[in-house]
Ligand binder design. Sequence first.
Ligand code: DP6
Length: 371
Amino acid sequence: KVKVVTCIAPVNIAVIKYWGKSDENLIIPINDSLSGTLSMDFMCAKTTIIASPELQENTFWLNGKEQSFNNKRLTNCLQEVKRLASKSLPHLNWKFSIKSENNFPTAAGLASSAAGYACLVSALAKLYEIEDNVSFIARMGSGSACRSMYGGWVLWCKGSSPDGRDSIAKQIAPASHWPEMRVLILVVNDERKKYSSTDAMKRSVETSELLKYRANQIVPKMTKACIEAIQKKDFEIFAEITMKESNSIHAICQDTYPPCVYLNDTSHTVANAVHAYNEFKSSNKVAYTYDAGPNAVLYLLDSSVDEFMSVINYLFPPQDTAEYYKGLPLSSNQLSQDLKMALNIPVQEPGCLKYIIHTKIGEGPKILTDP
Ligand code: DP6
């Protein structure tokens, strides 16, 4: 008699960013945020939990390395799940072994804690037969993880309860609502020291005056407008908000003292190319957004992918073509002379972009095996 649950969970990319906490321990954000959940075809976390009365102790393995339970975020999640579980479950006090893996392309170097905690909490909720919205538990693992608990377009409401019970994620539209939406992840070569979003946003809360204005004045307006744009499938407005929002958090990062600079020259060149392309098309066809790193994530409609990929192919020649494209062939499109002129950006050194992932909006976590 053992219980086995296997679950996969997706990555999400915010268009309205979470940046700053009002409670460090419970992970309560200072502003609402909004994201698209990415399809699990290319990137997902996978977790298997085996619970058995025979096991002597709890173990947790992440990407093949044993982890200690001496981790506040992990123990907060476990404690909340057990609190919600029915006390009459026979396996409630069995020991378990957890194995988690991120199936991200190794070169991608993308944040994985969101998919990882969403996966862990989904698997635990299944094991302990909890049916409620458990996004607030995923949130206690990593803030952005609560948005990976749903597919499609997801709003994380900061909530107002001091215990964080109402700081939860909700789906505002399913993946099927805007099936034309595509996501390109341009993985940038960057050797600089990385600083964690957890530490950086804490420093922003402590030192940036602008952060308060962003959280209280800008984000509420932008969030409302962005939800409307998604509901109406208005790409023009959606793109403008997405880009302004990304620029806003990187301005806050710059206003943080000492500043945390995440974007590099390649990131800026991608943003310039997007603006030049949109201007050439006389409307927004592509939107960029950047998290706590130099990689550009582009939201665009399927009708723009081929032409914009030819812009990227032209500006960022690959060093190693085999490793360069995942999920889409090299664009066969030759860039027109007009468009080259309009871009007015020099061709970059080969290898500035390491890797491109082509994906779309997808579903929420999925249970692969039932206990
Ligand atoms: C820039 O969720 O990784 O990606 O809650 O401290 O674990 P913790 O931080 P995390 O921060 C994500 C920040 C972001 C913006 C976003 O995803 O909304």
